[in-house]
Design a protein around this ligand. Structure first.
Ligand code: UDP
Length: 177
């Protein structure tokens, strides 16, 4: 969040409080998950019949309605408007910020031999402004080792691959040295 803030992305981050907590600005969460993808994986690979690992010619943005009862269905701009989840203006800001975050994180991670396959962001309203909120972690992103393509994210848990903690520690050590 600090890196993104330095690069001009408005975020909820204020400061770290110890190793496992951060002080943040309170927001009203917008119930739309924004997913950005650089490489086909997970639900996109399945839905479109693409082989996992296929590089996409451009970044793909998807929206999901945050609803446990409905199982977080994928929605488009029209669905979001008729449900009143976000205004078209807010959605435009979210999409623009999500693509900017993608550029920043992709470069930052590439320098640390990590491929940013895809990730999910959440945004919130803070004094009328749309800002980036929630978390960014191996729970919400797919990170692959640039050389071996080894998965270093929650897929290790989801797909029962083992080595979950080791993978998270590896990401941590590449990020903070
Ligand atoms: N994701 C997330 N929370 C969710 C759903 C997805 O953080 O509730 C992230 C996931 O970690 C991945 C990206 O969004 O980095 C795309 O996920 P996908 O649609 O492929 O679904 P999945 O295979 O994770 O079920």
């Amino acid at each position: 969040f600090r890196l993104l803030g330095e690069k001009g992305i408005p975020t909820h981050f204020v400061e770290l409080v110890g190793e496992r907590e951060m002080l943040v600005r309170a927001v009203e969460i917008i119930p739309v998950e924004v997913v950005v993808r650089n490489i086909a994986a997970g639900s996109l690979a399945k839905r479109l019949g693409m082989e996992e690992g296929t590089e996409l010619p451009r970044a793909v943005v998807e929206f999901y309605y945050k609803s446990d009862a409905l199982g977080d269905p994928m929605v488009n701009e029209d669905h979001i408007a008729v449900l009143g989840l976000a205004t078209p203006e807010e959605l435009g800001i979210m999409k623009r910020l999500a693509l900017a975050v993608n550029e920043i994180l992709r470069d930052y991670l590439a320098q640390r031999n990590l491929i940013l396959v895809d990730f999910k962001l959440e945004f919130g309203r803070h004094h009328g402004e749309v800002i980036l909120a929630d978390e960014i972690s191996p729970d919400t992103c797919r990170f692959w080792d640039a050389r071996t393509k080894e998965k270093l994210d929650k897929d290790r848990f989801r797909r029962d691959l083992g080595g979950v903690e080791e993978a998270y520690r590896e990401v941590w050590s590449r990020l903070v040295g």
